[in-house]
Design a protein around this ligand. Structure first.
Ligand code: FAD
Length: 195
């Protein structure tokens, strides 16, 4: 990776977007999260998170936001109005413009209104979901260097699934940047007996 880290703009700060941002930051990329703060997690009491009895969705959001702050991820409050492709990806938001090397769409179950972005979309299978952005299994969309994860990418509306899809997209982007498959493991116990 060059001395200047590639910039990734994550649009949407719910389960998928914040998890993508966490993995991207851990991989050493410069990450910006844009969020309107309308995650449906704010209405959820999560009853099926592995390793937890129950967790308020708001609590999960706060924990993730705290982790990102500690990793110097830049948070932008407000809506992204458009993304212009064809060179660096130009993210147009309420607080100004950002030239990004990669964009991750994690906008949840609403409509996607990014008029300049020629995204291939499909009818959603799930209730309450307005549209799905078509991706391959690594989250790549029809627009080069634009990825999608979470409910907008057609994943089941479950926090752990959407978070996992965010991690998946981040691993793909980090692997592209580094030129080899990125594995985010703590290897300090490599070889230790798992007993
Ligand atoms: C009542 C309820 C109960 C639930 N209970 C459970 C449960 O028990 N277990 C479980 O696993 N799941 C549960 N869920 C589902 C879980 O909350 C979702 O699956 C998960 O939040 C989806 O993650 P996401 O990141 O795809 O979308 P979201 O978490 O909705 O995040 C999308 C984010 O994108 C932002 N955004 C959208 N467009 C833009 C834009 N243009 N610019 C900037 N920001 C934008 C939104 O403001 C939002 O913050 C529940 C949901 C509800 C509503």
């Amino acid at each position: 990776m060059s001395s200047e880290s590639p910039t990734v703009a994550v649009i949407g700060g719910g389960a998928a977007g914040l998890t993508a941002a966490l993995f991207l930051a851990r991989a050493g990329l410069a990450v910006h999260v844009y969020d309107q703060d309308r995650s449906i997690l704010k209405r959820a009491r999560l009853c099926n998170l592995p390793g937890h009895d129950e967790l308020e969705g708001r609590e999960l959001l706060e924990q993730l936001r705290g982790e990102l702050e500690a990793r110097s991820v830049t948070r932008h409050e407000g809506k992204v109005d458009d993304v212009v492709a064809g060179g660096p990806l130009l993210v147009k938001a309420a607080d100004g413009e950002l030239a990004a090397d990669y964009v991750v769409l994690a906008t949840g179950q609403g409509t996607v209104k990014l008029p300049s972005l020629p995204l291939e979309t499909a009818a959603p299978r799930q209730p309450f979901v307005k549209v799905n952005v078509v991706t391959d299994k690594w989250g790549a969309t029809s627009v080069p260097n634009v990825y999608a994860c979470g409910v907008v990418a057609g994943w089941p509306s479950q926090a752990v699934v959407c978070a996992g899809s965010g991690a998946n997209v981040a691993i793909e982007i980090a692997s592209k940047v580094k030129g080899e498959f990125w594995v985010d493991h703590d290897d300090t116990r490599l070889g230790a007996d798992p007993e």
